[in-house]
Ligand binder design. Structure first.
Ligand SMILES: Cc1ncc(COP(=O)(O)O)c(C=O)c1O
Length: 391
């Protein structure tokens, strides 16, 4: 008989009932060190006091009003994002997938309004992940995500990840935009080097198409800058955001330049819940913490320390691990042992990691992780590796 929860996930036999900072407490009382943070969602850890206060204060005041009216919390969060980024304007969503939908619509509408209605193609890359909607799976293009779900949304062309020569050739009059993650998350923590992101920006400019960055997983302080593309010194035309921006409350956003957003006039897009007072009150509290340069400095310091210790872990367990990769606190351990075995051994050692493609385990801890917790993380990962070595 089908379970009452649609069985689209292979769930671990763990049931967490409470979260405190970097820790998750299981129903049986065991305390797990959370290096997954809900897949880069709980950027400020669990039950951060500033977020609890923002949410509960707002909950006692006003939960929901329609976007037919002004929403001051939404305006405040949009102002913060515009102030801190390349963007001139923001639309709020409830998830990364919805941000993908709007990013694609915005790019196509831009060219339509410019008198180029055939400029509709979006170029994406193998190994990417942009969500599970019809546009999201068509964008990623992998058989794993698309098989059985056709007919797929047309207008996506897929190139090999980091194939810049292929991109140069593929860009033509039908290209509306190039869409990519500066660091592929689900694809196995595969960063695009800064010079390649710069080169892609230049190729888009030369070809006259838009650049859409998907910073759903790598954004919001995860790499030690507010957004990952800042390291390359370039800006996108459109950017997808979600996960960390709500710190655990469902919230996403599409950020855009005035030019790229020019087609999105009244009536062209909407959302019942997008930009609701609860989500935006929390989002403001998240931004106040993460956009602070001192906070980002601390992320960089901790990231350096964690990475250095992980290099030691890989060297100590050459049969289990192959390399460390990633940036900031978005790190991957490429495994030699099956990554799902490493994640399961981690559960036994009371540490949570997240599997990704390319036999990688992801470490996406709360950005508030302390130095003592880094030591605890290493001790637990070391014990997981030892368990696998003696198995
Ligand atoms: C890069 C990227 N884009 C989009 C998404 C989809 O986001 P959501 O699951 O919030 O719809 C994800 C989710 O993992 C992601 O990592």
């Amino acid at each position: 008989m089908i379970p009452s929860v649609l069985p689209t996930y292979n769930r671990a036999p763990l049931s967490f009932v409470k979260g405190e900072g970097s820790w998750l407490i299981e129903a049986d009382g065991r305390r797990f060190l959370d290096l997954g943070a809900g897949i880069a969602v709980n950027a400020l850890g669990h039950a951060h006091p500033a977020l609890v206060k923002a949410l509960t204060d707002q909950a006692q005041t006003l939960w929901h009003v329609s976007n037919l009216y002004q929403i001051p919390q939404q305006q405040a969060l949009a102002d913060k994002l515009v102030e801190a980024t390349f963007a001139d304007t923001v639309f709020f969503t409830n998830s990364g997938t919805e941000s993908c939908e709007l990013a694609v619509k915005m790019a196509r509408k831009y060219w339509y309004d410019k008198g180029a209605p055939d400029k509709t193609d979006i170029i994406t890359f193998t190994g990417s992940f942009h969500g599970r909607s019809s546009a999201g799976i068509a964008a990623a293009g992998s058989e794993k995500m698309t098989k059985g779900f056709g007919p797929l949304l047309p207008g996506f062309r897929h190139l090999d990840w980091r194939d810049l020569d292929g991109l140069k050739e593929a860009l033509d009059d039908s290209t509306a935009a190039v869409l990519l993650e500066p660091i592929q998350g689900e694809g196995g923590i595969r960063p695009l080097p800064d010079d390649e992101l710069k080169a892609i920006r230049a190729l888009c400019d030369a070809a006259g198409c838009l650049l859409i960055l998907d910073e759903v997983q790598c954004g919001m302080g995860r790499t030690g800058r507010l957004f990952a593309h800042e390291w390359a010194g370039i800006t996108p035309d459109i950017m997808m955001v979600a996960k960390g921006i709500g710190g655990g409350f469902p919230l996403g956003a599409v950020l855009a330049t005035e030019e790229a957003a020019s087609g999105m006039t009244a009536g062209t897009h909407g959302s019942t819940y997008g930009g609701n007072p609860l989500g935006c009150a929390v989002g403001c509290a998240v931004m106040d913490q993460i956009a602070d340069p001192d906070f980002l400095d601390a992320v960089n310091r901790k990231a350096g320390l964690l990475r250095q210790k992980l290099e030691g872990l890989v060297a100590a367990h050459p049969e289990i691990f192959e390399e460390v990769r990633g940036s900031g606190l978005m790190l991957g351990l490429k495994c030699k042992a099956p990554n799902t075995d490493v994640v399961a051994a981690g559960y036994d050692a009371l540490v949570i990691t997240v599997p990704a493609a390319d036999n990688v385990i992801r470490l996406l801890p709360p950005l508030t992780l302390t130095e003592e917790e880094i030591d605890a993380a290493l001790a637990r990962l070391d014990s997981a590796a030892q368990q696998l070595e003696t198995a």
